[in-house]
Ligand binder design. Structure first.
Ligand SMILES: [Zn+2]
Length: 482
């Protein structure tokens, strides 16, 4: 039985100025979905994948004008156009969301959605994007237009559609020559017709789509392929990089699983000379080069799972001896739910594979995940306040699709936060989430939210508990609002 999926294409925003995807969706004279039937032939010559492209744009993908093109909003848009029956354990509908650009990384060409983040144990949510992995992808038209000519724009968009759909079927990147659909796009020009093929090992993998959950959309999580594809390698045996140093720190050493804990990291170029170093901007667990490792109380080591797989971002970051790169990640949540599920001591470290293939390994930090105390009212109140789905998503995504509900719940969350530092993180994260949605809603709502942003940032800054990185960011946001 051929796996038949409806592939819906939708526009994230329908603003007058937005670019449109090239229609019809044909590459090299063939509909894009046809590449998957041809690449998934079984021994009997019939295809394992039969994708049906829905020709009209699903209006339901459209988001309100002013909605930010960030992960939370894009994932909500995907859930709406795919609208799968999540109880089936596989995705009969695949969504391709065409958006202008990805707000946090404006140069990104495309991404593939794994399980999203929702606090555990929340049944019957309207947007269940934590229920099925690999339901679809997003393509960023303005980011592509910026690096392509009018003639090559369509070619790159369509190539990226096939590439991201390949990830939806859990295909891995191809670094061999000649290039294929699963090769990461180049900066200078799109690949031509000779790259419109899948390598034989990818074809064999796709031909198992009918039965293998590692292949069909909605089956296993991204990167989990059993014995059927390459294993996710361990970088620890690679030779060490001489001058790049990665340092990690954490906002809380002891916390409950639902506390919004942030992991800070700093990448330094430890050298005597004044030279700057330019690196691909891949310091995010959504990139395969960067991994966070968590060793649990039982000694087993696992990867932190990002809710997204990023592709082809030509952005770079520049560091020099006196100018390190800093950022933070909300490590309490990951693809599928909370990161820490067992109480006890955990060890965290990060690895980065530098462009020359050498390993940059961070320091290790020890954290303690506190056991639940069901008889304690302090615990009960923090538990109830921080696991509110709208609050928890805002803390994780630094964005919100439901600002009014957050306004209602925030007072209790701030009041019942487990400690002062958690309270400051809540204030800071919700302020950033509101900042991103300042263009949404009526004028009254927008003005009220602006006041919330200023008050929350002020309170977080006054607390002195934010840590240097978030304090600097909070100050920048606050100054920009004044
Ligand atoms: Zn890719």
């Amino acid at each position: 039985m051929t796996y038949v999926a409806n592939c819906s294409f939708g526009m994230f925003k329908r603003s007058v100025n937005a670019l449109s995807p090239p229609m019809p969706l044909r590459l090299g004279g063939m509909p894009v979905e046809e590449y998957f039937s041809r690449a998934s032939l079984k021994a009997d010559g019939t295809p394992a994948i039969g994708m049906r492209a829905l020709p009209s744009y699903a209006q339901s993908a459209a988001m309100p004008e002013g909605a930010p093109g960030d992960l939370l909003w894009l994932n909500s848009s995907l859930s709406r156009i795919a609208s799968n029956d999540v109880s089936l354990g596989r995705a009969n509908n695949i969504g391709v969301v065409f958006a202008d650009y990805f707000a946090p990384r404006p140069t990104l060409f495309g991404l593939m959605f794994d399980l999203g983040f929702t606090p555990d144990g929340q049944a019957n949510l309207p947007n269940q994007f934590d229920a099925l992995p690999r339901e679809g992808c997003a393509i960023f038209l303005s980011a592509i237009a910026r690096l392509r000519t009018a003639e090559t724009f369509a070619q790159e968009v369509l190539f990226t559609v096939v590439h991201e759909l390949g990830h939806v079927f859990n295909l891995w990147h191809d670094s061999g020559t000649p290039p294929t659909f699963m090769t990461t796009s180049r900066r200078d020009a799109p690949f031509g017709v000779p790259a419109y093929w899948f390598r034989p090992e990818h074809e064999t993998y796709l031909s198992q789509c009918e039965t293998l959950r590692f292949v069909y959309p909605g089956g296993s999580r991204w990167g989990e392929r059993g014995d059927f594809g390459p294993r996710e390698g361990s970088p620890f045996d690679l030779p060490k990089h001489a001058s790049l140093k990665l340092k990690i720190g954490i906002s809380e050493k002891e916390f409950w699983p639902f506390d919004p804990v942030e992991l800070d990291f700093t990448l330094r170029h430890d050298t005597q000379d004044r030279k700057t170093l330019t690196l691909p901007d891949v310091l995010d667990p959504g990139y395969p080069q960067f991994v966070l490792w968590i060793t649990g109380p039982d000694g087993s080591r696992r990867r932190y799972r990002a809710p997204v797989q990023y592709c082809c971002n030509h952005a770079t970051l520049t560091i020099s001896a006196g100018k390190p790169f800093r950022r933070d990640i909300p490590i309490f949540g990951q693809s599928g739910g909370y990161t820490f599920r067992d109480a006890g001591r955990h060890e965290i470290c990060a690895t980065l594979i530098a462009p020359d293939g050498r390993l940059v390994q961070s320091n290790k930090i020890d954290v303690y995940v506190k056991p639940g105390r069901l008889r304690s009212s302090e615990y009960q109140k923090a538990f109830g306040a921080l696991r509110n789905v709208h609050i928890a998503r805002a803390l994780f995504y630094k964005s919100t699709t439901s600002p009014l509900r957050i306004e209602r719940a925030l007072k209790d969350t701030v009041k019942y936060a487990s400690n002062k530092s958690v309270r400051s993180t809540v204030q800071y994260s919700v302020a950033v989430a509101f900042l991103r949605t300042l263009k949404l809603g009526t004028r009254v709502h927008r003005e009220r939210r602006s006041r919330w942003v200023r008050d929350l940032l002020q309170a977080a800054l006054d607390s002195g508990n934010l840590g240097s990185h978030r304090e600097r960011r909070a100050r920048q946001h606050f100054d920009a609002m004044s």
